[in-house]
Design a protein. Sequence first.
Length: 284
Amino acid sequence: MDFIINAILKLGKVDRRWIFLVIAIVVLIPLLYPLALPIRPTATSQQVYDAVETLPKGSKVLLSCEYSPSTKPEIHPMVVSFLRHCFKNKHKIYITCLWPDGQFMAEEALAEVAEKEFDLIYGEDYVLLGFRPGNEAVVKGIVSDLRKLYTIDSRGTKVTEIPMMEGINRFEDFDFLFSASAGYPGTIEWVQYAVDPTDVPMSTGTTSIQVNEVMPYVQAGQVQGILAGMPGAAEYENLIDHPGIGTSGMDAQSVAHLVIVLFIILGNLGYFIERNKEKKNRGY
């Protein structure tokens, strides 16, 4: 018993740099070697999966990328998993970007999934239309006349020369929309200016901090499910049976939280033990 008490007291006085080192190690290990901790999908993540799964094969799906490197850890795993799910079900993917950085994020996701995993053909299976400035004006433009807004794609190819663009003139020509959103412009603008006026179904994935803003639209049935931050990304990876960085990130986060709580408990125990010793020495 004395050994345990002495050990707790020593931990209470340990240099904080050692604590930082321990946290770094427990975060790094699950990222390199996933622990495969159990993940139970929430109802909203399941709803996103079901919405994509029930689309007829060959559906025309619009993916909008509205995030940057700063929110990549939360949003990018969703985009990668969404692409895997859609390509597996033989859907055609059209990508637009309301954020300038979104185009680079989309290119990275396509290189990982479309080119390496599925060996798909650009212009026949997927197309990256790219970024256009204007925020919600871009959404309105896609709704009214997409070809007026996008005369060329991100590679400089004329839209009229891309096979899969045949019959795509406005938003209503798509069967489904997925908004990968980290803020404005993003999911809310798509709901207000595109989905509500046309009744084209949509789902979304957002950062954890944005969930409360978007959830009312999910509850109202305007948005079919939401992937909420990194937990949502991990849940979606679990649903499509393809663990990735989202799952590893949740493993690292869970273990780090556990270690932090353990340090807090030990620190408080050390404090109370030390205080009791001082009281006894003073004769209290």
